[in-house]
Ligand binder design. Sequence first.
Ligand code: NAD
Ligand code: DAU
Length: 337
Amino acid sequence: MKLVVTGGAGFIGSCFVRMALHEKWADNVVNVDKLTYAGNLENVQPVAEHPGYSFVQADICDGVGMGELLEREAPDAVVHFAAESHVDRSIHSPAAAIHTNFNGTFSLLEAARRSGIVRFVHVSTDEVYGSIPVPYEADEKFPLQTSSPYSASKAGSDLLALSYFTTYELNVSVTRASNNYGPYQFPEKLIPLMISNALEDRPLPVYGDGQQVRDWLFVEDHCRAVHAVLKKGEPGEIYNVGGNCSLPNLEVVRRILQATGKPETLITRVTDRPGHDRRYALTNEKLTRTTGWEPRMDFDTGLRVTIDWYRHNRSWIDRVKSGEYRRFYELNYADRK
Ligand code: NAD
Ligand code: DAU
């Protein structure tokens, strides 16, 4: 099987590329990535010499370029991860999220339709369901209720992808996963930010009261789910992917401090995120019933693996915390004092 993977230099996409080649899900993987601040070719270094791996630096918003690429590569499937993935960035500067997540998905879908691509998996998020009141869990028919420009752009791209099935019979499935964590995650997201700050004895900035609940999914479990949907998912269907691990943010932060041996005095309460969703919760029942997939990693083990990775890859952290990272960090936390 030959795959075109978009966003394969990012956190989840690179894990999928590494697993696809190591687990022999595919013989050939073409990694298409613009290399924004979040894209890093070090993330795919373990497969860089693999005979089935190739890399194309390109912008998914370039419709003509995407058309030529899919004609040239003629893959069996497109697995679409590329996105502006950070909620806080989408709040500070929404344009990039709207453009990449909506228009970029449009150009890829259109290129896939025109070049007769056999299969398309659109990777999306549980954030499209918005905040879920206790005791409910979102299934795939739950109403969309987006709060941030990021989640609205993802919900729009989901609907667009599904319209390509309804209108053009493109064989597209949509996955909606919960919060991922694991090695190689850019340290702007909660878990890698808190680990890297804890390792450097810097303050751990908790938004608001820290009682917001997220469901945590180890990144390899997410990639196995995307593979399961690629192989067994039905056209026009949506599949939730959750880790069966709901925790308040403050509890996650405390576990990171325990595991790194750092004091709770590092916790700093800062101003809340505007429009902050209180609770995400979803059921995996459909994915498990139809593909047999289940999450394998328990949270404390996954957190230990992740912390060990960051401990042993301090030079990776130092390199990604370049000028761009520091610029956004200062912008994001300056008005949260
Ligand atoms: P990431 O920010 O780590 O990586 C995104 C990648 O996309 C980067 O390599 C970047 O260079 C690339 N990219 C961005 N704009 C591009 C463009 N215009 N053209 C080509 N490449 C471009 O993101 P991630 O956390 O790995 O998320 C991957 C996907 O999974 C996203 O679609 C996101 O919405 C979804 N998702 C993420 C999570 C999570 O917890 N991180 C959970 C559920 C779903
Ligand atoms: O739910 C899936 C989504 O999870 C993905 O679609 C997004 O791409 C991904 O970024 C993630 O979104 P969140 O907004 O949930 O993730 P983030 O890591 O930014 O924040 C997790 C929680 O932690 C959230 O409630 C905000 C809080 N937080 C975050 C940061 C960065 C803090 O309290 N302090 C922080 O410094």
